[in-house]
Design a protein around this ligand. Sequence first.
Ligand code: FE2
Length: 137
Amino acid sequence: MLIPWNDAFIVGVPEIDGQHRELVDLLNRLHTESQDGHHEIAPATFERLEEHAMLHFKVEETLMKMLGYAEYDSHRQDHGELLAQLKILRQQFADGAQRQQVIGRLRDWFLGHIGQRDVELASFLDALSAQAAACQA
Ligand SMILES: [Fe+2]
């Protein structure tokens, strides 16, 4: 398995957490398909991963904007850079060369982004719900 699910990925918003799980599943599937000789399926999985990433980033960005998150611009920029990279990686992947290297880059990005940007977002969301709870008390 490329990325075993880890509860440290949980940000506390069910919609985002569900999408992160789906991203992990797709990355793991891509990895398995590339290893198991399902080479014809893997490019379709890559496209699904790309579509899912686009949808997921939109959801996160809408939430960040709605809540006035201070790191919105830099977080969004990180998403944009990945989407631009995904286009290049998709082509490299479809060409069939260095697939494991492409998958390794996707894994590093995912773990890096979730481990830093999304964890920062999670603490902001935690602080916000603590404030809301304090106001209701
Ligand atoms: Fe994100």
